[in-house]
Every structure is written in structure tokens, then in C-alpha cells.
Design a protein around this ligand. Structure first.
Ligand code: IMP
Ligand code: MG
Length: 182
């Protein structure tokens, strides 16, 4: 697994420190409001569980799964819901927790859909953001963001390539030869 990594981009310690900071800030902003924290499976799962443990406030947890790239490294622009929420978000303050914003298609679609269900407010928390990769016409911005990254394909700490590397405790740049032949 580690032999496929060109270099470490964010160490375990850098990630843990930043996630703790984000959790404390969100907890302060949402104190007394019992937000619904939505984990976008599977990429955000490591981030989500660390983030929520850094939030000493009352909150609800729920999970959603959307279509992934599979063996490709670029988004198609189509979003398919594979698993929906199990609790109602009507009149609730909602925070979507995502691993990375790339083209922005996934979260633009999800935000519209969840707003239409009558959330009182909706904010986006992403661990990583690649602002240079936004698709034309997509104006989406994260309300809370861990790190800005450049246009390289990264894996680890939940992020995968073809369902591998999610369990690395750090985030690394994948060697291009791993995906170039697909
Ligand atoms: P978007 O719709 O293009 O913003 O795609 C976001 C999704 O693409 C993320 O939730 C990831 O699953 C995936 N993704 C985008 N860039 C990367 C990357 O560098 N590594 C792993 N997954 C990525
Ligand atoms: Mg994802």
C-alpha cells in the first residue's frame, strides 16, 4: 500500500490537530442547536468520527452514500444516491461532512436536495478542498475546510482509489502510474 504513495501530503499529526480545531470551532458555532451531522460515505468516515469526537455538544448523526468514481479519478457530473438518510432534517440545522471537494458537482447536488427537504440551515464541512478544480458554473464554497490541496490525486484517511488506501492514517499523493493505465 505505502509503496504506491509518491509522497506524504498531510501527516497523521497534522490531520489530527486540524480536525480537532475544526471540531471545536463547529461545536462553538452550533452550541445549543443540536445539528444533524451528515457523513458522506465512505470517504468522509475517518474525518467524521474524529471530528465528532472533538465536538462536546449535543448532535445527531446520520449517513448518506452517493455514487463514487469507481476506477476513474474524475467526476462524471452525475450523482446517484445509494443510501439515504434515516432521520428527518426538516427544521434542523444540517452540516454535511465530506472528504474532498473537487469539481463541486456532488455537494452542489446534495445541497439542493437537502435544502428542498426543509432544513433550517445547511452548511458544508470538508476535510480537503481543491478550489482550482471547480467545474465551470459551480460556485459552491465550503463553510468549514481543513486544508486546501493542489490538483493531485490523493488517498488515505478515508480517501480511496478503487476502494484501496482508505485505512492509511495519513494523506498521500498516489503515484500516477497506479491509475494512468485505467
Ligand atoms: P466532486 O463532485 O468532483 O466534487 O467529487 C467529490 C468526490 O470525488 C469526493 O467525495 C471523492 O470521493 C472524490 N475525489 C475527488 N478528488 C479525489 C482525490 O484526490 N482522491 C480521492 N477521491 C477524490
Ligand atoms: Mg466521497
Amino acid at each position: 500500500m505505502e509503496k504506491d504513495i509518491a509522497r506524504v501530503l498531510l501527516s497523521e499529526e497534522q490531520i489530527q490537530n486540524r480536525v480537532r480545531e475544526l471540531g471545536e470551532r463547529i461545536a462553538w458555532d452550533y452550541r445549543g442547536r443540536k445539528p444533524v451531522m451528515i457523513c458522506i460515505l465512505k470517504g468522509a468516515v475517518m474525518f467524521y468520527t474524529d471530528l465528532l469526537r472533538a465536538m462536546p455538544i449535543d448532535l445527531s448523526m446520520d449517513f448518506m452514500a452517493v455514487s463514487s468514481y469507481g476506477k476513474r479519478t474524475k467526476s462524471s457530473g452525475e450523482v446517484e444516491i445509494r443510501k439515504d438518510l434515516s432521520i428527518s432534517i426538516e427544521n434542523r440545522h444540517v452540516i454535511i461532512v465530506e472528504d474532498i471537494i473537487d469539481s463541486g458537482f456532488t455537494l452542489t447536488y446534495l445541497s439542493r436536495m437537502l435544502n428542498a427537504r426543509g432544513a433550517s440551515s445547511l452548511k458544508i464541512c470538508t476535510l480537503l478542498d481543491k478550489p482550482s478544480r471547480r467545474a465551470p458554473g459551480i460556485t459552491l464554497k465550503a463553510d468549514y475546510s481543513g486544508f486546501e490541496v493542489s490538483d493531485e490525486f490523493v488517498v488515505g484517511y478515508g480517501l480511496d482509489y478503487d476502494e484501496s488506501y482508505r485505512n492509511l492514517p495519513f494523506i498521500g499523493v498516489l503515484k500516477p502510474e497506479i491509475y494512468e493505465n485505467n
